[in-house]
Design a protein around this ligand. Sequence first.
Ligand code: MN
Length: 237
Amino acid sequence: MNADNNSPENPGRRDVLAASAGIAVAAAVGGTVKAAAEAKAPHALPPLPWADNALDPVISSRTIGFHYGKHHKAYVDNLNKLIAGTPFADQSLEQIVKATAGKPEHAGIFNNAAQVWNHTFYWYSLRPNGGGSPPQALKEKIEASFGSVDALKQELLTAATTQFGSGWAWLVKDGDKLAVTKTPNAELPLTTGKTPLLTIDVWEHAYYLDYQNLRADYVNAVLGKLVNWEFAAANLG
Ligand code: MN
């Protein structure tokens, strides 16, 4: 971007360019998440949508190194081992998640498949220089459902901090309305007919190296500085 875009004679030009770049990125990103959900065995660890230090200092490269390189990878590897030679080897990731949800005999496959799905979705729910104001169409839906963007953020913070133990906080589309929900462990809104728009991982491994026990500080920092509203808007469909 050249300096003219930031000149006083051209106010707003930078914002317009940033917004259109954000939409293009969100569309590509939505495609990557969809492709991962539709992929079959052997399942691959999808590439991160940014460099491992790009979220620094809100989320450190050390956290990303463990979270993506160890935890997410382990879910992928475990899933591939567990489904080898079973009918699930011929199903997409999303089909496996839906087919195994709520079935104790398939708990191992569900937990790993859902955690693969959840983590890919989580990476794309974050972006460097995120936060700020959502795209207009999403903003209007947020205001219709929650009253304001700040009220939505407060609901996400409450969901994230009241999830006892490991889990996830979500913004979802539920029919015509938007809603906030939380899920324990590997569970996810896909299996209850809701459309996930964005998620925040509240497992301790997501924040403990950077925030220790201060989950609320991590969630507030994500909501203020990293949340990818363009991705959420793209998921509205
Ligand atoms: Mn995680």
